[in-house]
Design a binder for this molecule. Structure first.
Ligand SMILES: Nc1ncnc2c1ncn2[C@@H]1O[C@H](COP(=O)(O)OP(=O)(O)O)[C@@H](O)[C@H]1O
Ligand SMILES: [Mg+2]
Length: 271
C-alpha cells in the first residue's frame, strides 16, 4: 500500500510575530490527502498561527513549508497557488464574510479564479449544499445568526474546492446541535477526499473526529495517532488539556468505545 501524497509539509518551521518572541519552534508536520488532524493546545499556544503557516498565509522565520511538494512562496502568485489547494476558515466568520448576500459571498473566491459562470454556479450551489445554507442564499449575511455565518464562511472556503480544509475553532460558539451538524459535514467532506485540519479545545470532538492529534505546548508540537497522543496524561497535562472521555471509558470497560467517525453503520452489540 502506498501512502497518500503529502499536501502540506512543515519542515523545521519556526515563527515569531514582528518584535515578538518565538511562538513556534522547529515544527515538523505533514498533512496527507484525505486525512483528519486536530490541533490541540491552550489559549495562546499557537494554534491559529500554525494554521496560517500551514495555509501559506504567514511566512516562517526559518524552516520551510511545502505545498503539494513545492516550497511555498509568499508573493501574489504563491498565495494564489496556496489558496487554490488549501482553504483556511477563520474562527470569526465576520473576518471572512464580505458579500452583500450569502450567494455573492460564497461566489467571491471562484469568481476571482476566472472560472466560467457555469462552473462558478455549480461550485457555489455545491458549497452551499454541503454547508447546509442553500435556503439562505439570498439573505444578507450580517442578519444571520452566528452559527449561520460560520456556515457561510465554510461555504466560501468550500467553493474553492480545496484539497485541504483548515478550520480554526470551528465549533467555538456553536450549540451542541450546531457542532454535531458541522462534524457530520466534515466527515462527509473527508469521505469525498478532502483533508481536514481543525483546531479546538474540545478534546472529545478531536478524539471523535481526527486520526492524528497535534498537541502544542511550549512552542513545540507532539504529533501522533489520537489514541496514543491524547491518552498520554502527562503530555495532555503539560499542554493544559483535559483527557478525552472515550479512551477513559474504554479502559474502564475493558473494551474499545467506538469513535463517531468509525461508526459508518450502527455499532454491533457485543451481547
Ligand atoms: N498578530 C499578532 N501579533 C503579535 N502576536 C500575536 C499575534 N497573533 C497572535 N500572537 C501571539 O502569538 C501567540 C500564539 O497565538 P495564537 O496562534 O493566536 O494561539 P491560539 O490560537 O492557540 O490561541 C500568543 O502569544 C499571541 O499573543
Ligand atoms: Mg486561536
Amino acid at each position: 500500500m502506498t501512502a497518500s501524497p503529502t499536501l502540506i509539509a512543515l519542515d523545521a518551521v519556526s515563527y515569531a510575530y514582528p518584535h515578538g518572541p518565538l511562538v513556534l519552534h522547529d515544527v515538523h508536520l505533514q498533512v496527507r490527502r484525505g486525512s483528519a488532524m486536530a490541533l490541540l493546545g491552550a489559549n495562546g499556544s499557537g494554534k491559529s498561527t500554525l494554521m496560517k503557516l500551514m495555509a501559506g498565509a504567514l511566512q516562517p522565520r526559518s524552516g520551510q513549508v511545502l505545498i503539494d511538494a513545492i516550497p511555498a512562496t509568499y508573493n501574489r502568485s504563491g498565495r494564489t497557488r496556496a489558496r487554490s489547494l488549501i482553504q483556511l476558515v477563520l474562527q470569526e466568520p465576520d473576518d471572512q464574510i464580505f458579500g452583500v448576500s450569502v450567494r455573492a459571498d460564497v461566489s467571491y473566491g471562484p469568481t476571482n479564479q476566472g472560472l466560467s459562470e457555469k462552473e462558478i454556479a455549480a461550485r457555489v450551489d455545491w458549497a452551499m449544499e454541503r454547508a447546509e445554507i442553500t435556503d439562505l442564499a439570498e439573505r444578507v449575511p450580517q442578519q444571520l445568526s452566528y452559527g449561520q455565518r460560520k456556515r457561510v464562511s465554510l461555504a466560501g472556503a468550500l467553493a474553492m474546492r480545496p484539497q485541504v480544509l483548515l478550520l480554526d475553532e470551528p465549533t467555538a460558539g456553536l450549540d451542541p446541535a450546531g457542532a454535531a451538524q458541522l462534524v457530520h459535514t466534515l466527515a462527509l467532506l473527508r469521505q469525498e477526499g478532502t483533508a481536514i485540519v481543525l483546531s479546538t479545545h474540545d478534546v472529545d470532538l478531536a478524539y471523535a473526529f481526527a486520526d492524528t492529534a497535534v498537541v502544542l505546548h511550549d512552542g513545540g508540537v507532539r504529533t501522533g495517532a489520537c489514541g496514543e497522543i491524547m491518552t498520554d496524561a502527562a503530555l495532555m497535562e503539560r499542554a493544559r488539556l483535559e483527557l478525552p472521555w472515550a479512551p477513559l471509558v474504554s479502559r474502564a470497560l475493558g473494551r474499545t468505545v467506538l469513535r463517531a467517525v468509525d461508526v459508518a453503520a450502527p455499532p454491533q452489540t457485543s451481547e
